[in-house]
Design a protein around this ligand. Structure first.
Ligand code: ARG
Length: 587
């Protein structure tokens, strides 16, 4: 079903038509419509157009205005300044448009579904096997999940890839140790919780490391194990699989706590490209993209140099024959482009890996795997800082465990919920506490643009005032409570009613949802949606302060205001879901 066009889009269309009939060469020119404080919208497109046509912009503006029909959608249009158009829409158009949107059975709230969707492979939520997850892994997971939701909602085919770190030399040590101490991971997987799985791994890792550092014979055996692993020795592989499985139990428990869906088949770690590595190197070497240098297979770049001024290459294969991170990523590109048939590749990875991706993408372009039609983009994110503005560490200077942070957020949020709770049971407080706490953590991450660093400040995150998810969740719950109190009287659009200023402002903002989602999806920018939602909640608050809902003057007005409440709530709910955040019905 075709989606409901926004009011913004129909005003846009009318202006474009008027422009084209005033000036034939203006056909297809963007009237540059913006929301404005002076009127509902302002169009600035005439200026550039007049300049190009060597016409007087005010004269042209007057001619355009003459071609616009007013009364049904557009209430009034005026020329202002050097040739801007100030456009006011009718109250009826606002209400009717929202009503059409509310009636859409697909509940898409005006957001169109792409007619010719592409395929995007998104690489996110990629922790490392046998290691604790830290705040950096939080960002990738949270941002990546929101981008997945945004893209899928706009109709894109999305393939998720969790490129976990499950390959490398440390596994030789771990495997050898486990082989010599076979009972240390003995248990039936189903009975082990995430925390337990991690502490098992942690214990094993420490013990293995200790032996590795103190016992030369063990060290030699461990090194030999790496070779066995890479050669695919079945027994060694089976041992390695144990580590991966154990780690996954832990990962899944953290993702579940984060209220994020991660599916097993989408976890394709570094090891998943093992069979492609030799061929990737061969292709690069044969095409001359990579060259041998001091025994290693390297790709050089004019603009990548070390502090000594010497070029720093991307090493695809080390001189001892081993493959590293770059070979895996290049093979993953081949898989994603040629096998998964992607048009776009997104990597949600820490900005500190930007040089790596720059070199990897450039190499893939030179090899012809990427080009203008098939592109790769690193959605690079900044660092999570402590309250002191320095990278987030414990007092002992260690990286903070992600689970500890999440637990603390949930505790704080539960306290907030408990304090405000009126008719909630203990179980409900616990459930809402988790939804509010995890929502707070996600929102703090998503409301700043990804490339910026942000401070992890739980006090601020769970605050009821200001730009927080708690504020948005309370706005939503408050609306639900009004709708419940309304009893028999249901939300009903009444387009014949004149609207209060605060109702118009709210209505016009709800109208902008589709454009906002489209922009956030196109730019991989969840923070644009977050700031839209915050504004929505703020406009709702001022509507609620100025316009009595259940005590409005007439029955029709009560219905129409309930309708505005309802469409606001639905927009909040949908928007928050696109950020991966729950909106409890009661708080
Ligand atoms: N496992 C890596 C880390 O923890 C992130 C992987 C990013 N993805 C990729 N295709 N290289 O830093």
């Amino acid at each position: 079903m075709a989606s409901v066009t926004s009011l913004t889009a129909s005003v846009h269309q009318r202006l474009a038509d008027a422009l084209a009939s005033a000036l034939p060469e203006a056909d297809g020119v963007d009237p540059l419509l913006r929301r404005s404080d002076r009127a509902d919208f302002q169009a600035n497109g005439i200026l550039a157009l007049a300049k190009k046509a060597k016409a007087n912009p005010r004269d042209l503006a007057v001619r355009v205005v003459a071609g616009i029909t007013t009364g049904d959608v557009i209430e009034d249009v005026e020329v202002s300044g050097p040739g801007f158009l100030n456009v006011t829409v009718t109250d009826r158009a606002i209400t009717e448009n929202l009503a059409a949107r509310a009636a859409d059975p697909d509940a898409r709230l005006g957001v169109p579904r792409a007619e010719h969707p592409g395929t995007t492979v998104i690489d996110y939520a990629q922790p490392n096997v046998a290691k604790e997850m830290h705040v950096g892994h939080l960002r990738s997971a949270v941002i990546g999940d929101s981008v997945v939701q945004l893209l899928e909602f706009t109709g894109e085919n999305v393939v998720r890839r969790h490129h976990i770190g499950d390959w490398g030399t440390q596994f030789g040590m771990l495997i050898q140790y486990l082989d010599e101490h076979p009972h240390e991971l003995d248990h039936r997987a189903a009975e082990v919780s995430g925390e337990e799985a991690m502490s098992n791994l942690d214990r094993l890792y420490k013990a293995a490391r200790k032996l590795f550092d103190s016992d030369d014979a063990f060290k030699t055996r461990a090194r030999r194990r790496v070779v066995d692993l890479q050669a695919g020795d079945p027994h060694t592989l089976a041992m390695w699989q144990k580590f991966v499985d154990e780690s996954k139990i832990y990962f899944f428990s953290v993702f579940e706590k984060l209220d994020l869906e991660v599916r097993d088949p989408d976890i394709v770690g570094e090891s998943g490209y093992n069979d492609m590595l030799a061929e990737t190197c061969r292709l690069l070497e044969e095409s001359g993209v990579a060259v041998r240098s001091e025994g290693a297979l390297c790709v050089f770049f004019d603009d990548v140099k070390g502090p000594d001024g010497k070029p720093v290459p991307l090493i695809v294969q080390k001189s001892d024959g081993g493959y590293g991170y770059a070979a895996t990523d290049l093979s993953a590109i081949r898989d994603r482009v040629f096998h998964l048939k992607a048009d776009s590749l997104i990597y949600v990875v820490d900005a500190r890996q930007s040089l790596h991706f720059k070199m990897v993408f450039e190499t893939a372009r030179r090899a012809g795997w990427l080009n203008d039609e098939v592109t790769a983009y690193q959605l690079a994110f900044g660092t999570v800082l402590g309250k002191d503005g320095k990278p987030f560490k414990t007092r002992e200077g260690e990286t903070v465990r992600l689970v500890d942070l999440l637990d603390e957020a949930i505790d704080r949020a539960s306290a907030v919920v408990r304090e405000k709770a009126q008719d909630l049971s203990e179980a409900e407080i616990a459930e809402r506490g988790a939804q509010v706490g995890i929502g707070a953590v996600k929102y703090a991450d998503l409301s700043t643009s990804a490339n910026r660093d942000y401070k992890f400040d739980l006090d601020q995150m769970v605050s009821l005032n200001g730009d927080t998810s708690v504020y948005l969740q309370y706005a939503y719950a408050r609306i639900q409570s009004i709708l419940r109190k309304a009893g028999e009287t249901g939300p009903q659009a009444r387009p014949e009613l004149a609207l209060h200023e605060a109702e118009r402002a709210l209505g016009l903002h709800v109208d902008a949802f589709a454009e906002t989602v489209a922009e956030a999806a196109r730019e991989y920018a969840p923070h644009k949606l977050a700031s839209y939602l915050y504004q929505l909640a703020s406009l709702y608050t001022s509507f609620y302060d100025k316009c009595p809902v259940l005590k409005a003057e007439t029955g029709e007005q009560i219905e129409n205001r309930l309708f505005l409440c309802d469409i606001t709530a639905r927009t909040l709910h949908r928007g928050m879901a696109l950020l991966g955040i729950r909106t409890p019905e009661r708080l």
